[in-house]
Design a protein around this ligand. Structure first.
Ligand SMILES: [Zn+2]
Length: 319
């Protein structure tokens, strides 16, 4: 495990020049190839390519930087009744009928079980997700959370080529400015036979405000991973989950006041509980893929790039 910031320095490579490993220099990590220095804040190295990222290294030097922007539930400053109410609403919003044919926990577990050595697993955009498996986990994100090993922007991963056996990207690719570049970085840091598991929204409204850029159709998502051979892909969230999100948008925006929005969001969440049950039936039909709330892709790194003419033959929806 790359534990506790500075001690893990030998595992990190320069996210800016990608030219070499970072060395410990006082309270910083230093790249001897380009001379750039990266601070360690609260025991966590800030490994951002300052010239390329929407996130700036300086913004992490203040203690609360970016915490709470993404992970409202864990860092909600409201205690007591208000905090409990917010957490209950959050749980209600997250309630779903999981219809994945394969989820990341099972894919990872089967992968670890089949290997003699403990695999190295990189989790990008880790948030508060922590995995329990016989593997060496490296958690990165652009926001602080307990147990995160480095602050890193996935456009420039601070690792050498071929470092990892498995990369996990759950609800990440919609939040990056250039998903193709991020998937390229995932490909780069994976070993030749490495695996990727990604889950990305398709028909989901904007979340996390300004940090939400892109959606993918199922086929567009497969194309993003065209340097991987597919093991399995499909629906991560069903069409009923998508319609529940839409209902919340419709009801909560009928009037601009904050109080109205908040009340109607709760009404929509309660109304959507029975709607979400429909996903149990919907996902049996191929057409549901065309209206999924989110999709997943599980694949193995390969040298070959699948040409677009072949990509279109992979369509499996109801058209
Ligand atoms: Zn460098």
């Amino acid at each position: 495990m790359a534990d506790e910031g500075v001690a893990a320095g030998a595992d990190f490579w320069c996210p800016t020049c990608h030219g070499g490993p970072l060395a410990t220099g006082g309270s910083e990590l230093v790249c001897h190839a380009c001379g750039r220095r990266y601070p360690v804040v609260r025991g966590v190295p800030i490994l951002i390519n300052d010239e390329n990222s929407v996130f700036a290294i300086d913004d992490y030097r203040s203690a609360g930087a970016y915490q709470g922007v993404s992970y409202g539930e864990a860092s909600d400053p409201h205690g007591g009744l208000r905090g409990r109410y917010r957490r209950a609403v959050h749980r209600l919003a997250e309630y779903e009928i999981s219809r994945r044919t394969l989820d990341v926990e099972r894919a990872l577990h089967d992968f670890c079980a089949a290997r003699a050595e403990r695999p190295r697993v990189l989790v990008i955009g880790a948030g508060n997700c922590r995995y329990q498996d016989a593997a060496e986990f490296h958690y990165t994100d652009v926001a602080f959370s307990d147990g995160v090993n480095a602050i890193a922007d996935a456009h420039d991963l601070p690792f050498a080529d071929g470092t990892f056996d498995f990369v996990i990207a759950i609800a990440v690719l919609e939040h990056v400015a250039d998903p193709a570049r991020v998937v390229g970085e995932v490909w780069r840091v994976l070993k030749p036979d490495g695996r990727v598991f990604a889950e990305t929204p398709f028909l989901q409204p904007v979340h996390m405000g300004a940090y939400d850029f892109t959606r993918f159709t199922p086929l567009g998502h497969q194309r993003l991973f065209r340097r991987f051979s597919e093991i399995e892909s499909g629906i991560a969230r069903g069409p009923a989950a998508a319609s529940a999100w839409s209902l919340k948008m419709v009801l909560s925006n009928l009037h601009p006041s904050r109080r109205f929005r908040s009340v109607m969001s709760l009404v929509a969440l309660l109304l959507s509980i029975p709607i979400k049950q429909l996903d149990r039936m919907l996902v049996r039909n191929a057409g549901s893929l065309d209206g999924a709330g989110g999709v997943f892709f599980y694949g193995a790194r390969q040298e070959r790039t699948i040409p677009d003419r072949e990509i279109i033959t992979l369509y499996r929806g109801g058209f």
